[in-house]
Design a binder for this molecule. Structure first.
Ligand code: PEP
Ligand code: CO
Length: 461
């Protein structure tokens, strides 16, 4: 079917699908629960708990992803590699929101485009692992798979997959969501007071004056517009945040999948924007089966092993009717491979006339291990992959419409490099991640500034 014909069809419910039809397919990266009955009981309890998001928010986000596909918005998606229950604290949540807001301010100002803010939070609790078990000093235990499943401590009890954790993850997501909504509604993001966003780092960063100039520029523009309008512009006192996570643990996702009054179809109401990880994108696998049936905007990670035909078939299954806003592809090739691996995929998708939003995750293809035993990423590789990605899209006639980052608002030392030139020896000081290394506060803002420098003059039509 030609792409132009696809979107003429009325969008309808997929056939032979139910929130639990994924169970007929192979589900990889799932834990082994010892007590099946306890698991089903937790799923039942979860399926009557209140949802975390609403269908109209989900559809509003889908419209905005559609606008990003047309080059009218830029997506900033970011947050922890994995949230933890222990980090569900007011300080961690506030700082994460602050860094995302400040980055988006940099991007809005520099790109002259509205930014779509999507947090990797309020549900980012399940992790794919490269091995099912971990061995230390001759003792082998199940791998840590995220707080929704087990605990990172290295004891048999901690590593047991506990179904009650599904309910705890939901509660922690609800607490996070509640606080984020309150902060956003309470004027936390008020553009009239960008000075509130100025955290201590600015005082000793080499980018301080650039950042301050930008904040002053925003205040001036706002005053100018208010003078023109003759009134205070209330809409500048709030900005929206959407949530996303890797929808990996399918029992949890199933229980959050609901019908709502006056809408057809099924919504995942545990998050606005779920994504399929690189390891779970098999065409006949359980994850793709689950995702094809929900109405949310969805994303898929695209790694260096992705074949052209596989990608086109995934697009067919996940967006058979070429619906605007439905599908985002997050490429994560690594700085060394992006130049080889990305162009054929861009060409294939474009030649087939598929409507997608391309965004770049410059984190997951650039992970390495140091000699002192840390998992790290070099800022230069992260920035390098992103810069190459902008050029590759420009050469292919496609558009890079966003970034996907692992970051925190805390002053951690997990990634090397950046303006302060963190080196291997610095990692010991404040390495807190249980999983992948995150950009710290300064490195995140520096990256936002680099994006603006790279892309600012190249605003799409
Ligand atoms: C992640 O986003 O944390 C992740 C595991 O990514 P990927 O599926 O791209 O490896
Ligand atoms: Co990660």
């Amino acid at each position: 079917m030609k792409a132009s014909d696809r979107s003429l069809q009325p969008i309808r419910e997929p056939e032979n699908w139910a929130p639990d039809s994924w169970r007929r397919h192979e589900a990889i990266q799932q834990p082994q629960y010892e007590d099946e009955a306890a698991l089903e009981q937790a799923v039942d309890q979860l399926s009557v708990r209140p949802p975390l998001v609403t269908s109209w928010e989900v559809l509003a986000l889908k419209r905005m992803v559609g606008e990003a596909q047309e080059g009218r918005r830029f997506m900033l998606q970011g947050g922890d590699c994995a949230e933890s229950f222990a980090d569900c604290t007011s300080a961690v949540i506030t700082n994460r929101l602050k860094v995302l807001l400040q980055m988006s301010l940099v991007l809005v100002h520099g790109l002259r485009l509205p930014v779509l803010r999507v947090g990797r939070f309020a549900g980012q609790y399940a992790k794919p692992r490269s091995t099912d078990t971990e061995t230390r000093d001759g003792l082998t235990l199940p791998s840590y798979r995220g707080d929704i499943i087990n605990s990172p401590d290295f004891t048999a009890d901690a590593r047991r997959a506990d179904p009650q954790r599904l309910l705890r993850a939901h509660s922690h997501s609800a607490m996070t969501m509640n606080f984020v909504r309150a902060l956003v509604d309470g004027g936390f993001a008020d553009l009239h007071h960008p000075e509130y966003w100025d955290l201590a780092w600015v005082d000793h960063s080499p980018l301080a004056s650039e950042y301050r100039n930008m904040v002053a520029g925003i205040s001036d523009s706002l005053r100018f517009m208010e003078t023109l309008a003759g009134e205070s512009l209330e809409s500048f006192s709030r900005v929206d945040f959407y949530t996303s996570h890797e929808a990996l643990l399918l029992h949890y996702e199933q229980a959050q999948t609901r019908r709502v009054p006056r809408q057809w179809g099924w919504f995942n109401l545990g998050t606005h924007f779920p994504w399929i990880g690189m390891r779970t994108a098999a065409l006949d696998g359980a994850h793709v089966e689950y995702f094809r049936g929900i109405r949310n905007p969805v994303a898929v990670k695209v790694g260096p092993g992705m074949q052209r035909d596989h990608l086109l078939r995934l697009i067919d299954v996940l967006n058979p009717q070429d619906e605007p806003g439905r599908l985002t592809l997050i490429h994560r090739m690594g700085a060394a491979q992006v130049a080889d691996k990305l162009p054929p995929l861009l060409d294939a998708v474009r030649a087939d006339g598929r409507r997608v939003l391309w965004i770049c995750d410059p984190m997951h293809g650039n992970t390495e291990n140091t000699s002192n035993g840390y998992k790290t990423r070099r800022f230069a590789n992260v920035a390098g992959e992103l810069e190459q990605a902008f050029d590759i899209h420009a050469a292919a006639g496609t558009r890079l419409g966003g970034v996907h980052l692992e970051l925190t608002g805390e002053d951690v030392t997990e990634c090397m490099g950046g303006a302060r030139g963190l080196v291997e020896a610095d990692l010991d000081r404040a390495y807190k991640s249980m999983v992948d290394p995150r950009l710290n506060y300064e490195q995140s803002l520096e990256l936002a500034m680099l994006i603006v420098r790279k892309y600012g003059g190249r605003r799409p039509d």
